[in-house]
Design a protein around this ligand. Structure first.
Ligand code: GDP
Length: 438
């Protein structure tokens, strides 16, 4: 355990506030048993649900009839004694129970992420796992869920810890030799062995770093809809959204701002962005809107270039480095030229589902790593790159003290991933992103 801060008993609702069939309130710490005794009048056998009348310990007023559970330390989520109250999910019932818990000495409301922090501090989860848990709680699409679950089940943390173990062993062997100089120099074989370990590890790290980055899947892809004014961009977006997210008018230049429609396309999170029409504008507001559209498009994963007359509209040179798909619009008005891949009508809906399924297929190939990504955050990437730099340097270091020092530094970088070393500065940032009750 790092530090000794987990002494107070904490509690919080684990379910979202509001009307629901059931709400769950959890208590973690040495007073969890006391809370059960005072409120439910009993402590159930470990890990078995028991129905009980729940009373306010001060007035003995009945608050609810609900299920209670007890998870004795260390076999609980936090590693401490945990009590769980499953009650009716109304605001009044939850407020009643919270009021009852507050009245018990030694109990206080948890800070955001405090349950997870205790799980981390008690060795129940490594830091990379807590991040995967945060991702799972925030997952909105199936692919995000799969990546987060993979991070929880077979994530980067254990891998980095195993690598760190190898480095520490190599470093220890060299240091043992340094400590007994009477027995002569550190054997060359030992140095060579440590260098071999360093170079094999450096290659393994390179492979993990070279795999597609999971951050993209966490954040979602960006698809920009661009094209001249009045070609039907907003109408398409509305059709897709099945609601009026963009103002559609027959006058050019109505889309003054960027409209963003979050979509789940085949499990992949996508932001579909409608942009101001590209044309020679004079109105400063419109010029600004066009400028912003160009900027957003420049960082997009894909641009859909809409046009109702492909003979006159050409794709701007700004998009030269992007993947651009031409989409012919207003198919109901005129017959399209043969050979065009995407021909749609926002008025009749024709061609739209074909376009969306091509999109989801394309994004799947862009966003899905061959194997699920292990590196899902900048923090992971930085630590791995740092370790790799140190390990690469090892190959040309023959001096034992220096080699041991560089191995130690590489091990330290890897240790940051699981959070077992030197991470006080990142802990607050990681746990602060959870909501209360997690
Ligand atoms: P934007 O400026 O590119 O966003 O274009 P809008 O979506 O605002 O559409 C401009 C005009 O074209 C509006 O009057 C729409 O009703 C009309 N429009 C859009 N899509 C179609 C279509 O598929 N068929 C027909 N007939 N009219 C369309």
């Amino acid at each position: 355990m790092i530090g000794n801060m987990a002494t107070e008993t904490i509690f919080a609702p684990s379910t979202a506030p509001g009307k629901a069939g059931v709400a769950v309130v959890r208590v973690s710490g040495s007073e969890a048993k006391e809370a059960l005794e005072q409120i439910a009048g009993l402590v159930p056998v470990p890990r078995a649900a028991q129905l009980a009348m729940l009373r306010d310990p001060r007035s003995r007023e009945v608050l609810d009839k609900g299920l209670v559970l007890f998870f004795p330390a260390p076999h609980s989520f936090t590693g401490e004694d945990v009590a769980e109250f499953q009650i009716h999910g109304s605001r009044a019932v939850v407020a009643g129970l919270i009021g009852a818990l507050v009245s018990i000495p030694g109990l206080r409301l948890a800070e955001p992420g405090e349950f997870v922090r205790r799980a981390f501090e008690n060795g129940k989860m490594d830091l990379a796992e807590t991040e995967a848990l945060a991702d799972l709680l925030a997952a909105e699409t199936a692919a995000q869920r799969r990546q987060a679950l993979n991070g929880l089940e077979s994530g980067l943390g254990p891998k980095a810890e195993a690598w760190r173990g190898e480095l520490i062993q190599a470093q220890a062997l060299i240091e043992a030799e340094i400590d007994f100089p009477d027995e002569g120099d550190v054997p060359a074989g030992l140095i060579a062995r440590a260098q071999e370990i360093a170079s094999a590890l450096s290659q393994n790290i390179h492979r993990v770093l070279a795999a597609p980055d999971g951050a993209r899947l966490r954040e979602g892809a960006v698809v920009v809809i661009a094209g001249p004014p009045n070609v039907g961009k907003s109408s398409f977006l509305n059709r897709v959204a099945k609601r009026e997210v963009a103002i559609v008018t027959p006058h050019a230049g109505t889309t003054r701002d960027l409209l963003e429609l979050p979509l789940d396309l085949g499990g992949f999170p996508v932001a579909l962005i409608d942009t101001a029409g590209f044309r020679d504008a004079t109105d400063p507001v419109e010029i600004e809107a066009i400028e912003r559209a160009a900027q957003r498009a420049a960082s997009a994963d894909l641009v859909l270039w809409f046009s109702d007359d492909p003979r006159t509209d050409s794709v701007p040179s700004d998009f030269a480095n992007l993947v651009v798909w031409g989409v012919r619009t207003k198919a109901d008005l005129q017959s399209a030229d043969a050979g065009q891949r995407f021909i749609i009508s926002a008025a009749t809906g024709s061609g739209i589902s074909e376009l969306l399924s091509a999109l989801s297929e394309h994004l799947a190939s862009v966003l899905t790593p061959q194997e699920l990504a292990l590196v899902t955050r900048r923090r992971h990437r930085d630590a791995l790159e740092e370790a790799r730099r140190e390990l690469q340097a090892c190959v040309s270091i023959a001096e034992p003290e220096l080699l041991a020092e560089v191995l130690r530094r590489a091990a330290r970088s890897l240790g940051r991933i699981s959070g077992r070393v030197d991470v006080e500065d990142v802990l607050d940032a990681v746990f602060g992103s959870f909501c209360i009750g997690k």
